[in-house]
Each structure stands twice: as structure tokens, then as C-alpha cells.
Design a protein around this ligand. Structure first.
Ligand code: KG4
Ligand code: ZN
Length: 373
């Protein structure tokens, strides 16, 4: 794209429609970017949690069928609400582009979003931007912020149901993998732990709520935060916390929890203690590895992203660790609403791709279920 066109784009008000269907949320949003600041005009998420709850996890065929029936009403609502926010009737011609999640995710779910975006792009003659779902989670940090809000290199802890990774962001669209999970993702570990303890789905919030019922004998003296081990009746491992790299492993933690409750005839009465210790164990590892990665990379900012980033304990503990030990290292976390799957984050990531002219024709876009960052 020519420099003059880019300068114009940075000044004018750009509207982008985002579409997200990689897993079990059917989502559409319109963001506006003017004077380099990203604002959400509409953000519609139609959750299928109530349907998948019955099965204890997401059933791909069911998810795809639900996406088919929900996608057009969700997009219509996103456009109508964005129009209302601007006090106009928003015609598609006013949009600068459509950004859609192309991967990673469930192939049958991704296809619904991508095929819908393809059709709308052809019908409305709009450029199409394929977005990596993980990149979308990372760009949730830019929602409500200036495009120049953060100093690079920024370290990003991305923790979701499908991914756990530490990524060094050297600039827009420039990512370097620093560490990732060797087996289960952190969110997946929460989901499996919740299933073992009969706490429901999704597991992260369920484990957290149960953990908050636990009253340890000895509260933490320094921070006022309840911490694991002290006075805790149960004990779980912190996998790989001492290992000399920034990788993670959570499947052993889930197995340790299973063995512990199998051996404990009274585990049901102690569920809050198990939930508490499990949440502490996951958090200890995530915080420990993040601090290690900051030291190793010399990152200037820490960003948090993904569904597990909505977890209060993780947010508090990271703020303390990074703010405490590293003094002034700025840390940013999206509002919890933008941590879990949504389409505003996809539109935000799409904006930065659009700035680089990275659009694709409707006949070229393809889903990429195993897409890497
Ligand atoms: O990012 P996300 O909405 O979907 C994926 O891309 O995977 O993340 C969903 C995951 C689930 O595993 C869910 O249990 C977890 O995020 N999660 C949480 C919390 N809220 C959602 N985990 C811990 N604490 C939370 N408050
Ligand atoms: Zn996600």
C-alpha cells in the first residue's frame, strides 16, 4: 500500500467488521479506529455454553450447526448496534474491511465464519483479512487503547482453552515463540479438573468460584492474597516450575489431582481445598515462567491474553510479581470480556494487518485449523 494511502488510513475513521467462530462462540463486532485509537462500536457474542455443558465439553458437530443458525443474526445485530452507536444506519459500504478468524480452531466451526465472510466480502465488495485467533487474543490488549500504546518488545502470556504460550512481540505482526505447553493448555487443565470434581463447564470460572470458598488456616502475611501450601490441606505439584526453559506442562497436574481425590474418601467435603490448590498450582507455574521469560528476553511490557487471563488470581499475582520484582515494568490485561473469545479482538488484529495491506481476495481465503503464530 502506498504511503499516502497509509497516512490517510491512520487519520480517517476506519470501521472494521470482525467475525469469530473458531470454537463455541458465534461472534461479530464492529470496531472504529480514528486518530490511531481503537474503540468498540458493537460486540456481539452468542455463547453456546449452555448447549455444550451437558456433554462436559465442546462437541464440534453441534458447535458447527449452532454457528450456521446464529451467524447472520449475530452479524446483523453487530452492524445495527454499531450504526446506533454512530447515530446512522450503517451500510456495508461504510466498512473498510471484514476480518475473520481463519485458524487455529475446530475446522467445522472455522468454516462457517470464513464462508460467511467470503460471501459478504464478495457481495459487498470489501477486502477480507484472515486473522490468526491467537493473534486476535493478543490484540485484545489494544482495544480502547492507542495503536502506539505499548513499548516493544512486549512479552505476551497467552492462556486459553487451546493454547498456553509465551510470545515475544517485537512489533505489529512480529511474533517469536518463547515457550509453550508440551501437552494440555492451562484452560484445558482447568476444564478437566472441574470435570473430575464435578464442578461443571467451563472449568476455569467454576474452579475459581469453588476455590474462593476455601479458608486456609494461615492467610498470606505480605499480600493479603491467599496463597497455596500455607495451611493447605492438600498438595499438588507445580510441573516444570524449576525447568530451565519457558515451556509448560499441565497434564501431570490433572493426573495428580485425579490420584489425590481417588485416594481421599472425603474429597467431596474438601472440594474447595482441592480447587484452591489447583488454581494456586496453575498460577504459580504461569507466574514463575512469565518472570523467567521477562528476564530472558528483556521485554519492556507484559501483556496478558486468552480466556484464562480473565482469572482474578492470575491477574493479581502477575501484577504483584512484575510490579514488585521488576518495579516499573508496565503490565496490561484486557477487560475480562475481551479475554474470552470475541470478535472485537479479531477486528483489532485485522486493523493492523490492513495497515500493512495484508488483505486477501474472497476466492483465495482458506481455513487453517492448525495455524501457528
Ligand atoms: O480464549 P477462550 O475463550 O477460548 C479458547 O480460545 O480456548 O478460553 C476458554 C478457556 C476455558 O478453558 C475456560 O475454562 C478458561 O478459558 N477460563 C478461565 C476463566 N474464564 C475462562 N480459566 C480460569 N479462570 C477464569 N476466570
Ligand atoms: Zn480463544
Amino acid at each position: 500500500m502506498e504511503n499516502r494511502a497509509l497516512d490517510y488510513m491512520k487519520q480517517a475513521e476506519i470501521l472494521i467488521l470482525g467475525i469469530e467462530t473458531s470454537c463455541d462462540e458465534t461472534a461479530a463486532a464492529v470496531i472504529s479506529v480514528s486518530n490511531n485509537r481503537l474503540a468498540v462500536l458493537s460486540d456481539v457474542v452468542s455463547s453456546q455454553i449452555e448447549i455444550h455443558k451437558v456433554y462436559g465439553g465442546v462437541v464440534p458437530e453441534v458447535a458447527a450447526r449452532e454457528h450456521v443458525s446464529r451467524i447472520l443474526p449475530v452479524i446483523n445485530r453487530a452492524l445495527a448496534e454499531a450504526g446506533a452507536a454512530l447515530s446512522i444506519v450503517l451500510s456495508p459500504g461504510r466498512l473498510a474491511a471484514i476480518a475473520v478468524t481463519a485458524g487455529p480452531g475446530l475446522i467445522t466451526s472455522l468454516l462457517i465464519g470464513v464462508e460467511t465472510a467470503r460471501s459478504l466480502s464478495a457481495a459487498w465488495a470489501l477486502p477480507l483479512i484472515p486473522v490468526n485467533h491467537i493473534e486476535g487474543h493478543i490484540y485484545a490488549n489494544f482495544i480502547g487503547e492507542s495503536a502506539e500504546a505499548f513499548e516493544f518488545p512486549a512479552l505476551v502470556l497467552t492462556v486459553s482453552g487451546g493454547h498456553t504460550m509465551l510470545v515475544l512481540m517485537r512489533g505489529h505482526g512480529r511474533f517469536e515463540m518463547i515457550g509453550e505447553t508440551l501437552d494440555d493448555a492451562a484452560g484445558e487443565a482447568f476444564d478437566k479438573a472441574a470435570q473430575l470434581m464435578g464442578l461443571g463447564f467451563p472449568g476455569g470460572p467454576a474452579v475459581s468460584i469453588k476455590a474462593s470458598e476455601y479458608r486456609p488456616a494461615v492467610p498470606s502475611p505480605n499480600t493479603g492474597l491467599k496463597t497455596g501450601r500455607q495451611g493447605s490441606e492438600v498438595s499438588l505439584p507445580r510441573p516444570m516450575i524449576e525447568s530451565n526453559n519457558c515451556n509448560f506442562s499441565f497434564s501431570g497436574l490433572k493426573t495428580a489431582l485425579r490420584y489425590a481425590i481417588e485416594k481421599d474418601p472425603d474429597w467431596r467435603s474438601r472440594t474447595p481445598a482441592y480447587a484452591f490448590e489447583f488454581e494456586q498450582a496453575v498460577t504459580d507455574v504461569l507466574v514463575g515462567k512469565t518472570v523467567k521469560a521477562i528476564k530472558a528476553t528483556g521485554a519492556k511490557t507484559l501483556l496478558l491474553s486468552g480466556g484464562v487471563a480473565a482469572n482474578n488470581l492470575l491477574r493479581q499475582r502477575l501484577s504483584l510479581a512484575v510490579g514488585g520484582e521488576y518495579g516499573s515494568l508496565p503490565i496490561h490485561m484486557p477487560a475480562p470480556r475481551y479475554c474470552t473469545d470475541n470478535a472485537a479482538m479479531i477486528a483489532a488484529a485485522g486493523y493492523f494487518r490492513l495497515l500493512k495491506g495484508e488483505t486477501i481476495s474472497y476466492d483465495k481465503i482458506a481455513v487453517s485449523p492448525g495455524m501457528r503464530i
